[in-house]
Write a protein that binds this ligand. Sequence first.
Ligand code: ADP
Ligand code: TRP
Length: 323
Amino acid sequence: MKRVLSGIQPSGQLHLGNYFGMMERMIRYQEQNDLFCFIVNYHALTTIFDREKLKRNTFEAACDFLALGLDPDKVTFWVQGDVPQVTELTWLLSNVTGMGLLERATSYKDKLAKGLTPNVGLFSYPILMAADILCYGADLVPVGKDQKQHLEMSRDIALRFNKTYGEVFVIPEPEIETTTQLVPGIDGQKMSKSYGNTIPLFADEKTLKKLIMSIVTDSTPVDEPKDKNSPLFQIYSLFLNSEERQKLSDRYDTPGLRYSEIKKELYDRMIEYFGPYRDKRDYLIKHRDYVFEVLEQGAQKAAVVADEYLQKAREAVGLNYRS
Ligand code: ADP
Ligand code: TRP
């Protein structure tokens, strides 16, 4: 049985990019794998400085996952910061990580280019991510395309550690699905909590309608074929099977299509798709103690594995000086 692991930042409301890029697969995989799934609140500290916001987002992200069908009886589901062993491992890994490796990180460079003043946490973010993966011996890590480089860095760090100190860590494989690897946001850029261009999974109906109606479209006249390489087509396609997608494609090729009709259909489809999960989510939001209990048990299970890898790593580098 493969150990499959992935995490999500509680840096805002979870959205269609998160769902199709990672969550949907994780929930599907719980049936046949040893699944580890967590909310990475240490990572969110690199960009969120509002305590209440971080607490709320962490809780809501947990509710989202559970509402969407993650089953705590089948999965180890926890909040990263409840298992602090990972921060100690981060330190051990830091010493086999070259500055150059971190300096090449595109997500870090993008943030700088957008004018963010970097802190050391943001710079060393990929080492914490490597620790997340290596501390749990993950074989496979399902992610969106934006995380590809981070996964390569995790592999590099694991290889370097093993080469320096002996075989301690499993070398993880990324798993990126081509059809869902890069969901566009309402402005056509990658959908991301940090770009303010998301369609949250559980936005209220009025907000959802407004967001869908504001997905950017071009000014092709009604009586001409439309461009399928566009955010509206791509987002709507996520909800369609191959036959339905072909029909949509034919409609795009046929003059007369109005974007507003497609947007209305997408709205209806999204309400229908996430409707059943909404009720469950509302229930969970009101039953905080149940959610906390699930996360506590998850953290206890996760800590057993984290301890095991951390102890091996401590031994390998020579921290256990008494033995
Ligand atoms: P965000 O960029 O919104 O903060 P995260 O960094 O927390 O999202 O990503 C959580 C998971 O969702 C990762 O596996 C990431 O690759 C995936 N993901 C995020 N945005 C998208 C997207 N637009 N398309 C596909 N996958 C995405
Ligand atoms: N960096 C990932 C993201 O922003 C989140 C993350 C942290 C993660 N630790 C991880 C993903 C471990 C997979 C495995 O999406």
